[in-house]
Design a protein around this ligand. Sequence first.
Ligand code: ADP
Ligand code: ADP
Length: 238
Amino acid sequence: MSLLSLENVSTTYRSPTGAFRAIEDVSLTIAQGETVGLVGESGCGKSTLGKTLMRLVPTSQGQIRLDDEDITHASGRALLPARRKLQMIFQDPFASLNPRHSIRRILTGPLKVHGVKGRAERERIAQEIVLEVGLPADSLDRFPHEFSGGQRQRIGIARALILQPQLIVCDEPVSALDLSIQAQIINLLVRLKREFGLSYLFISHDLSVVRYFADRVLVMYLGRIVESGPTQEVWDSP
Ligand code: ADP
Ligand code: ADP
């Protein structure tokens, strides 16, 4: 059974001036422990697809299933279990980290929302994750601006990990980083995958990273998936 599946999913952005269908008739499955690369030129709909399966933008057609449960239109409390299983990391973690919140608050907040009881227990889990992702041991008392770009991505990864998700959507997570730092972050993601059996949807315009990292690749063009297959096959095809 697949962990996540999309069946004939379309997502339409609506504005006062009209409607724009950013992804059209997309079907895909992601198995537990699988890394699926998603490539395609800028503006083809990769981020929208990631946000669609995270249920961050509404689906206008089709069905999204997680652990065989239909989550296409779940909202509010009904979406909480899915929010635990699905997490996302972004190109610029700073954009999604509140600069006024300590790393303690950034990491313990989701635990509180998801009902982990006891401040000491939440802090214990947060400290464990800090060490797991290779951040300095005293990180909890610090704030996002005190960290380098690569370290901030580690904070983003720590926040994604803290609820023990099954799938992490990685939207260009290393594109803004220096090459040597990119390698460190990719190696961290690879290690976490081995350790926790995580699945990834890895969105990137950088084909060499996808080639190194993904088991399978989906190619998007103008909102549709136009090609898919094992990484090596997609690369070798003419
Ligand atoms: P990619 O990640 O491949 O660069 P996106 O998913 O970000 O592509 O964007 C796909 C298309 O949807 C683009 O034409 C973009 O301009 C449009 N788009 C993205 N977000 C919105 C939005 N919030 N409202 C309207 N159009 C959007
Ligand atoms: P800020 O710097 O914005 O106050 P902090 O994380 O330092 O952010 O703390 C925010 C509030 O949450 C403070 O009132 C603090 O006492 C409380 N707090 C700090 N850590 C925890 C925690 N692990 N669980 C619950 N509340 C906490």
